[in-house]
Ligand binder design. Structure first.
Ligand SMILES: Cc1cc2nc3c(=O)[nH]c(=O)nc-3n(C[C@H](O)[C@H](O)[C@H](O)COP(=O)(O)OP(=O)(O)OC[C@H]3O[C@@H](n4cnc5c(N)ncnc54)[C@H](O)[C@@H]3O)c2cc1C
Ligand code: SF4
Length: 341
């Protein structure tokens, strides 16, 4: 880590605000604009504050001060509702999640270390910033107020995209996001102008300019994510989440796959397949889904589906290996679901 100590980099005073209600939290965020950040478990925020990354907020709006934001509830008609401050551990251990949405429990279990899962929250996981090494070293890159992306021409061997994207080539780091997209989750957010429901594609649209900021999620600065909803599971379906990473102890996904299949013998009647670790958003692979639902699930067709899943990949100079890794992981995942593992 590069250590500097001058007026720009020395730790600034930060005001921690304890809101009285969610509406109060949103109003405070609206008043302070990009100088304020919502604080959930602090696992992402504190890491960046300690590294003195330039977008340091002046105000932290402390969401754990508010009651009733941590819950998981399930019923057969409405499906699953998850409160934003639910910890990743609580999600991984929930009986309802393990029974009805096992891929989501697997994704939660694959995140970081037990210590981080015990404190990190579901909303914080979805709203975290990218973990590109250049950003963590405070390079003045596009994501950090600068005009270019050093990773596009420099070291792009790790947490970088294999699908084409402009301005910033970092990938979205969340393990929960691909699983939630595979299960057709939606989120409700509250902002200064009211409530809105977003699909996962709207929440994580890729790198986008929101107001003045280049962001990796579609939330406005005063919008707080306050619930995640999943429809009831697809009847008779199987699902799983598989993650490949450089280190087994804790690491972000090099690539990951979330898949939901509904089978009728060896025929596939429903398929939803999402890749993680490959772009600034989880990537749903429609061509592979359509192929699977019109072909028998034999080995040749699973290989063909895996090829289709990666057919539009355009890797960078140092990450072509991720294309082969992703193909192998898709094939493995589909085979496991086909034989009921
Ligand atoms: C060492 C390390 C390893 C990690 N490994 C993984 C991994 O393998 N897989 C993975 O998926 N993640 C990983 N993470 C990320 C980790 O899961 C997230 O940091 C954590 O879940 C963030 O949750 P939090 O509650 O601590 O968020 P915070 O740090 O409090 O917030 C993170 C961001 O989300 C925003 N935010 C928080 N809550 C809301 C809300 N309700 N509405 C709007 N914005 C909100 C904050 O303003 C902030 O910008 C890792 C993190 C670390 C530090
Ligand atoms: S990939 Fe994004 S975060 Fe990394 S250097 Fe490029 S612009 Fe910055």
């Amino acid at each position: 880590m590069r250590l500097r100590c001058d007026e720009e980099t020395i730790m600034q005073n930060i005001v921690v605000i304890h809101p009285e209600s969610l509406e109060d939290a949103v109003q405070t965020a609206h008043e302070h604009g990009s100088e304020a950040k919502f604080y959930a478990g602090g696992q992402d925020l504190m890491y960046r504050l300690k590294r003195r990354i330039a977008s340091n907020p002046k105000y932290l709006i402390h969401l754990p001060s508010l009651p009733d934001l941590s819950y998981i509830s399930f019923d057969d008609v409405n499906g699953l509702r998850i409160g934003p401050l639910t910890t990743i551990t609580a999600l991984a251990q929930s009986e309802a999640v393990r029974t009805h949405y096992p891929a989501l429990a697997e994704a939660a279990e694959a995140i970081a270390s037990p210590q981080i899962r015990n404190v990190g929250t579901v909303a914080g996981n979805l709203c975290q910033q990218v973990w590109c090494p250049y950003l963590l070293e405070d390079y003045a890159c596009s994501m950090n107020g600068g005009k270019y992306c050093p990773a596009a021409v420099g070291d792009n061997s790790g947490y970088h995209a294999i699908f084409r994207q402009k301005k910033c080539v970092a990938v979205h780091p969340s393990d929960l996001a691909p699983a939630l997209l595979a299960m057709e989750a939606e989120v409700t957010v509250l902002g200064h102008t009211g409530k809105r429901m977003l699909s996962m594609e709207d929440l994580l649209p890729g790198i986008a300019r929101v107001g003045e900021e280049l962001k990796v999620n579609g939330l406005r600065t005063d919008e707080v994510l306050f619930e995640i909803q999943l429809p009831p599971p697809v009847p008779e379906s199987r699902q799983t989440y598989r993650k490949s990473r450089s280190r087994q102890s804790w690491d972000f996904a090099t690539v990951s796959v979330a898949a939901v299949l509904q089978l009728d013998g060896t025929d596939c009647t429903y398929a939803r397949i999402v890749l993680g670790g490959v772009a600034a958003q989880p990537v749903r692979v429609h061509a592979a889904e359509a192929f699977l639902t019109s072909h028998r699930l034999d080995v040749a067709n699973l290989i063909q589906a895996a090829d289709l899943a990666l057919e539009s990949a355009r890797p960078l100079a140092l990450n072509a290996y991720k294309v082969d890794l992703a193909k192998a992981l898709v094939q493995d995942t589909l085979e496991a679901l086909a034989v009921g593992e």
